[in-house]
Write a protein that binds this ligand. Structure first.
Ligand code: NAD
Length: 502
């Protein structure tokens, strides 16, 4: 066994995950029975583990277990107690930061320093929603009929969450915390390529007092366990984070079962630099926007729109800086960019670069990459227009398409000329222009002289092919609850009339 595989299994053992990759159903680690799935270390390009798909039957058991536990969680635990348990979970995760980050770095290929930050964000998410657990209440509405009318915000029941491979533990915490704070039970299916930190997170939560079975983790494939859980009768809502193609399939399956869905999908975000911007800051911002996480970020600034008067200068600055970015082993403290997370995505990114070359792109890239691993070096594609495939398709790699513009009007029309609506940014020192751009660009998140700042307290989501619904902040509390309107007639003569409601 290689040293990296040994580290994988010792980290698993430290987190109480045993000697195989298993689903967590009703508080018990369970083996699947389906097709074999391989977990590959994307840096060493060797197999870390293989495990059987959990399959549809285990998915059904998970949905039943979540329902049973949810009834207890919602009825027998006060909202204050739920909040206390979530604070305990945050403290427990804090004691495992290093092991969780190591496991994430090995399996997802993310630099260890980024993984530590993502685990810290999970802790923050549990704390933030723990605070909300006993502060979510309804309203008294002054209806004209004289009734006392008030509302309650009720949990939905069981929610099914599907997450991708690019930020596994972050996405798990992001969706689990608001769901349980509001009294729901959860079945979560992480990507089959990166399931272990989600299982570990829930195991830690259970050791800190989370009711067993309230959160269940399925280690398996979308078409088997994923579809089965969407259709299961106990599931009341589907929350999907992933690609637009799969999102469409998930939304159709949910709609057929008359279930609502939240879709957090991809993007092709415009990072817009005007001639009056601080170019040094804009250069750093543009590099961080697309090269960090090797571009495998839904909000990546993958289209760089630059005013024509500074286009050549900014591209030169970005290209000059590319050689200083440290590519390497995700476990190395110094590494800033790791490999692409898996073989399929590596193939896609390279195909997109080859396609861009065929469409006439000038490819600015650094030449040296580490000896092993699915590395794509930081790359700028110049000389294309916004109609090119590289400007319209999500690449999800460290590849930015740079496009010049002549004026504000052209910057806006180019930025909005995609099927996405997730994020965007503008770099300018003109405050009026900054506000005009933030209003004009179609995006759920928009930055002015900044990029990639996000926080659990602020809403997040997109439109069109970037999805619908919102995560984070108080918006997530609304997504995971439904209002109930209660009417009380306290008059001596009942206020009953035919035809009140049609
Ligand atoms: P993907 O769509 O291939 O897979 C996402 C999840 O869906 C995985 O768990 C997968 O197993 C599951 N799945 C696949 N087929 C399914 C089916 N038929 N039924 C149910 N589930 C199924 O996405 P990916 O390649 O893992 O992740 C990359 C994508 O995720 C990118 O497009 C990226 O932009 C997007 N993303 C979006 C956000 C956001 O918040 N908007 C955040 C992170 C990633």
């Amino acid at each position: 066994m290689s040293d990296r595989a040994k580290l994988f299994w010792s980290s698993m053992a430290e987190l109480g995950l045993g000697a195989s990759v298993q689903s967590l159903v009703g508080g018990v680690l369970r083996d699947g029975t389906g097709a074999t799935i391989s977990l590959e270390d994307p840096y060493a390009q060797t197999e870390l583990a293989s495990y059987p798909d959990c399959g549809a039957e285990l998915a059904a058991e998970a949905c039943d277990a979540a329902r049973e536990a949810q009834q207890i969680w919602a009825r027998e635990f006060s909202s204050a107690r739920r909040g206390e348990i979530m604070q305990d979970i945050a403290r427990a995760v804090q004691t495992h930061v290093e092991t969780l980050a190591t496991l994430e770095a090995l399996v997802a290929g993310k630099p260890i320093r980024d993984c530590r930050i993502e685990v810290a964000k999970v802790i923050e998410m549990f704390r933030y929603y723990a605070g909300w657990a006993d502060k979510l209440h309804g309203e008294v509405i002054p209806v004209p009929s004289g009734h006392l009318n008030y509302t309650l915000r009720e949990p939905l029941g069981v929610v099914f969450q599907i997450t991708p491979w690019n930020a596994p533990i972050f996405t798990a915490g992001w969706q689990i915390a608001p769901a349980i704070a509001t009294g729901n039970g959860v079945v979560i299916k992480p990507s089959e390529l990166t399931p272990v930190t989600t299982v570990a997170l829930v195991k830690i939560a259970e050791s800190a007092g989370l009711l067993q079975g309230l959160v269940n983790v399925l280690c398996g494939l979308g078409p088997t366990s994923g579809q089965a859980a969407i259709e299961h009768s106990t599931v009341r809502k589907v929350v999907f984070v992933g690609s637009p193609e799969t999102g469409r399939r998930v939304a159709v399956a949910a709609a057929q079962a008359l279930k609502p869905a939240v879709l957090e999908l991809g993007g092709k975000s415009a990072n817009i630099v005007f001639e009056d911007a601080n170019l040094k800051h804009a250069c750093l911002g543009a590099q961080a926007a697309i090269f960090s996480s090797a571009g495998q970020s839904c909000v990546a600034g993958s289209r760089l729109l630059v005013h024509q008067s500074v286009h050549a200068e900014l591209l030169e600055m970005i290209a000059d800086g590319m050689d200083a970015i440290r590519l390497g082993d995700p476990l190395d403290e110094a590494t800033e960019i790791g490999p692409i997370s898996n073989a399929r995505q590596f193939g896609h990114v390279n195909q997109m670069i080859t396609g861009a070359q065929a469409e006439g792109a000038d490819v600015l890239t650094r030449q040296n990459t580490p000896q092993t691993g699915y590395f794509v070096p930081p790359t700028v594609l110049a000389g294309l227009t916004n109609t090119a495939q590289a400007a319209q398709t999500e690449i999800f790699g460290p590849v930015v398409t740079a496009i010049p513009f002549a004026d504000e009007k052209e910057a806006i029309s180019t930025a909005n000329d995609t099927m996405f609506g997730l994020a965007g940014a503008v770099w300018t020192n003109d405050i009026g222009r900054a506000h005009r751009m933030s209003e004009a660009i179609r995006a759920g998140t928009f930055w002015i002289n900044s990029y990639k700042a996000i926080h659990v307290s602020s809403p997040f989501g997109g439109s069109l092919n970037s999805g619908f619904g919102r995560s984070s902040g108080t918006d997530a509390l609304m997504e995971y609850t439904s209002p109930k309107s209660i009417w009380i007639d306290s008059g001596e003569t009942p206020k009953i009339a035919f035809g009140y409601v049609s």
